[in-house]
Ligand binder design. Structure first.
Ligand code: ATP
Ligand code: MG
Length: 447
């Protein structure tokens, strides 16, 4: 009760502009050498011209939570044009809200002008019929910029020159207690942008913390609003979640909180498949491991794996109904991808990768004649092989198949010949068929 009251006073206090809290380095311990040199130089350049400039958002949060920031975003009182006039090589980008990219060697520093909430009848902010903000193009003060951010932990400003943290929303103590707390009234903020529900979970998993009860409470009832978000944004945010290095714990958190259904369009579908969950968890575990080891992760591979149980199910069904193996696989792939892109705009470059990986799976079954040799030369062989091993590990493909390919790719040419299976395909028909076509001996039930 008391806590609720204090929260309310605090949020009113910040809305009325009682001023921010300034936290000195002696308290927070975050020294300027932890900031990338590109970000520091950008800030210094702006400050020398008299503009306010700070590191803001995820980087301050992560550094205070002893995590490694992905990048250093900068917020400033200068307009994009003013930023550009300070840095000759800067480029203004973005349509919905213009940002400036300032290049420093290999580093590109993203600079955004303080944004306002646009409240008070300002036409720069436009809502759709569900209350979602569809345009948001107004500059504001530093305080307004802080208040329009999503969570208190994401609203801290750090000045590398003074090493001070400027805190309008009590975000510092929330980072310390690893609490994800919405700025303002959670229901309203979710209505403005339903993606914030997903972000709450991602941030909680990342900080290994908790979503504050008032911030968590509306999510279950409001999850359906996600369906009004453009598929391209859902994809972007989902990719952030899946590639965060904390994907498995994010999903586990979603499930533990009873929020798994409705928030992530694809996940519902995956879990409805008998194989889905095992695949999902295995893939996420491996992806998290790669991200945390700083290895590359291919979104095409990830989505191919997540949707594989579905493709497999549709493919098997068609083949059982008498369809030919390869055309049936094409059909299954296309229908699954088509169903997905309606909710989740998976870009074409990724769906092409996904199809390649799926097609390769059918080809791993053929272990006679020249086909295995041709497969080894396929440009995506390595990714296809990794995918096959994943299937073996999930218990969906035969362990022996994975082991056979592991050996086949490594042994001498003589041993390879000895490993080949007898070719049972009738010779005459095989000659008439173009290379890479269907073998009657294999059906997806053996895949
Ligand atoms: P990450 O480390 O995963 O990039 P991040 O906090 O930097 O986390 P971004 O998506 O890069 O996340 O966003 C940068 C900042 O912009 C956030 O810290 C937050 O202050 C603000 N922000 C991002 N998305 C929203 C949103 N949907 N609503 C309000 N503020 C947002
Ligand atoms: Mg970021």
């Amino acid at each position: 009760m008391l806590k609720k009251f204090l929260d309310r006073v605090r949020s009113i206090g910040s809305k009325r502009g009682h001023g921010p809290r300034t936290i000195e380095v002696s308290e927070h311990g975050l020294t300027r050498d932890r900031i990338s040199s590109g970000a520091r130089k950008t800030i210094l350049g702006l400050q020398e011209k008299g503009y306010k400039a700070y590191v803001v958002g995820g980087a301050v949060r992560d550094l205070l939570a002893s995590l490694v920031p992905k990048d250093f975003d900068i917020a400033t009182g200068a307009t994009p044009e003013q930023v550009k006039s300070v840095f000759r090589r800067a480029r203004i980008i973005g349509r919905r809200f213009r940002l400036v990219h300032v290049p420093f060697g290999d580093d590109i520093v993203e600079v955004s002008t303080f944004r306002g909430s646009g409240n008070g009848g300002d036409e720069s902010q436009v809502h759709d019929e569900h209350g979602r903000i569809v345009r948001d193009n107004v500059f504001g003060s530093q305080e307004e910029d802080s208040l329009r951010r999503d969570f208190t932990v994401n609203a801290l400003f750090y000045d590398p020159s003074t090493e001070q943290i400027i805190d309008y929303c009590n975000g510092y103590s929330d980072v310390k207690s690893r609490t994800i707390r919405m700025i303002g009234v959670p229901e309203e903020r979710y209505r403005e942008d339903p993606v914030r529900m997903l972000r709450a979970v991602r941030m909680a998993a990342k900080l290994d913390g908790n979503i504050e009860p008032g911030t968590k409470a509306p999510i279950r009832a409001m999850a359906g609003l996600m369906s009004h978000v453009p598929p391209s944004r859902v994809f972007e945010e989902m990719l952030k979640l899946l590639l965060s290095g904390h994907a498995k714990s994010s999903l586990e958190k979603l499930r533990a909180e009873g929020l798994l259904h409705g928030l992530l369009p694809m996940i519902d579908l995956i879990l409805a498949q008998p194989l889905g969950e095992r695949f999902l968890m295995l893939v996420l575990e491996k992806t998290d491991g790669r991200v945390l080891d700083d290895k590359s992760v291919s979104p095409g591979f990830l989505f191919a794996a997540l949707l594989w149980p579905e493709v497999l199910g549709a493919w098997r069904k068609d083949v059982a109904g008498g369809a030919r193996e390869i055309p049936a696989l094409h059909e299954a792939m296309d229908s699954i991808i088509h169903a997905q892109v309606e909710k989740l705009a998976i870009p074409r470059r990724f769906t092409t990768d996904m199809k390649d990986l799926w097609m390769l799976q059918a080809r791993f079954e053929h272990r006679a004649g020249r086909r295995p040799y041709r497969l080894l030369e396929h440009p995506r062989y390595r990714a296809g092989y990794d995918f096959l091993l994943l299937r073996c590990e999930a218990g969906e493909a035969n362990q022996e198949l994975g082991e056979w390919w592991t050996r086949f790719q490594d042994v001498s040419p003589e041993e390879r010949e000895g490993m080949l299976f007898m070719d049972h395909a009738p010779r005459k028909r095989r000659r008439r068929r173009p290379a890479g076509e269907k073998s009657p001996a294999v059906t997806p039930s053996t895949v």
